[in-house]
Design a protein around this ligand. Structure first.
Ligand code: PLP
Length: 430
């Protein structure tokens, strides 16, 4: 057995450990098929562009990895990891308060929002391995939770229904006067229960209580971590109830993100040589952390830029520690080990605030109009809670002072049905 050893961060800042490199960045196989609209243009990722960048990179030694790709040899929800990429050039109005725009600067948008009409975006990536895993273990019922307009709960409901399982969705707060957006979808595909906020505050107790009620026997309740998936249910009880964390914040969700990184690192996509900064808007942080684990496992010179929307940096680092340790425990039976799987802070992630931080879920005046402008100019629909935050950071990175630090890629995390709920809460903004 050989193991992946990673000393220090690829994107580390220790002066002693860094060496200045001049790396020609070549985006191979891309043909600039530009569709220009006013000051904005975008092109499909099938053309050529060349960039040079001076970059500092920690010298790391990788022993050859043997075996870990086998964990990707499994059943998936998505038939393929393939996704479309759109390149955005220029800016319209106030896309993230960028100053000193460099003509021709651009970033790429990974159009995961187009993967599925409801489950699109990071939800599907997180469920990509998880749902088949549950199905293979004979799970009959899944219990999970989220906010009233949770895209995660709606995605779980759709995926479970498609795979012959029942989804029980514990939604925080009260039933809305008019069900719409993800709330409506959740109720159409799954079984919704509204939970008082005081009870919801202790999510683990709440999830376990509801799962127990459903299963009627503790041995039929399956937790997804600590290898409990293999536990057998009581004889005579046909139910096997699995608890899925809020936002699929679970180590098995990481597999789908690793699969995406593998796909993106193919020569026909971004390759494995260029520096890349992948911007992701974060709720639980699972998507950003999963991508970073995929990057580290592949030894790629990439970095995730996680835009913190629902927690502090400390909270996200704790989440990275937890997921990393659960992930290495769960998958250590495979023929690989990862030295870096000890500390979340050694992952290639830069956590950063959104431009105008606020309490999670708030929108500021003018943000709906910004989303509207971007949709009209580029054909890419964003929402002001999540994806606009990522867009602003991507735009800033590719136009700002670190513009030469590698290509900027925004993962479109989907979530556009959330606009329906927002329109109900803030009708005058639409
Ligand atoms: C549109 C959108 N972006 C980002 C996120 C946050 O993802 P994560 O919880 O993996 O950080 C979510 C929630 O799943 C979402 O719906």
């Amino acid at each position: 057995m050989r193991k992946l050893a990673m000393q220090g961060r690829v994107w580390g800042s220790s002066a002693a450990a860094t060496a200045a490199l001049i790396v020609p960045l070549l985006c191979r196989g891309r043909q600039a098929r530009r569709l220009v609209s006013g000051r904005v243009s975008w092109r499909q990722r099938d053309g050529v562009c060349g960039v040079s960048a001076s970059q500092e990179r920690t010298l790391v030694e990788f022993e050859e990895v043997n075996g870990w790709p086998q964990i990707l040899d499994r059943s998936w929800l998505l038939p393929s990891a393939a996704t479309k990429t759109t390149e955005v050039v220029g800016r319209e109005g106030d896309w993230g308060s960028v100053e000193g725009e460099l003509p021709g600067s651009c970033f790429h948008v990974i159009r995961d929002d187009l993967l599925h009409p409801i489950m699109g975006g990071n939800k599907l990536r997180k469920l990509d391995a998880l749902i088949p895993l549950l199905q293979a273990r004979g799970v009959t019922d899944v219990v999970t939770c989220g906010g009233c307009q949770s895209a995660h709960t709606a995605a779980v409901a759709v995926a479970c229904a498609e795979m012959g399982m029942k989804a029980h969705l514990l939604l925080r707060g009260e039933r809305p006067a008019i069900p719409t957006g993800y709330n409506l979808v959740a109720g159409m595909y799954g079984y919704v229960t509204y939970i008082p906020r005081s009870e919801y505050a202790d999510r683990q107790t709440m999830l376990q209580k509801y799962a127990m009620q459903l299963a009627g026997d503790p041995s039929c309740v399956i937790l997804l971590n600590s290898k409990l998936l293999t536990e057998s249910s009581a004889p005579g009880n046909s139910k096997r109830v699995a608890i899925l964390n809020e936002g699929a914040g679970d180590c098995h969700a990481i597999l789908g993100l690793i699969r995406l990184v593998n796909y993106l690192s193919q020569p026909s996509r971004f390759g494995n040589q260029e520096r890349l900064r992948i911007v992701v808007d974060c709720g639980t942080g699972t998507t950003a952390i999963g991508l970073a684990i995929g990057i580290a496992l592949n030894g790629l010179p990439w970095q995730v830029v996680g835009v913190m929307l629902a927690d502090t940096q400390e909270g996200y680092e704790k989440q990275a520690d937890r997921l990393l340790s659960e992930f290495s425990q769960e998958y250590s039976a495979h023929t690989w080990e990862v030295d870096l799987c000890q500390k979340g802070s050694s992952l290639p992630i830069l956590w950063r605030e959104r431009f105008q931080p606020r309490k999670f879920g708030r929108i500021l005046p003018g943000e709906v109009q910004t989303c509207q402008g971007i949709a009209r100019e580029t054909g890419i629909l964003l929402d002001p809670i999540y994806t606009l935050a990522g867009w602003e950071v991507a735009n800033k990175l590719c136009h700002g002072t670190g513009a030469g630090d590698g290509e900027v890629v925004l993962l479109h995390t989907g979530g556009t049905l959330g606009l329906f709920g927002l329109a109900q809460r803030y009708p005058l903004q639409f």
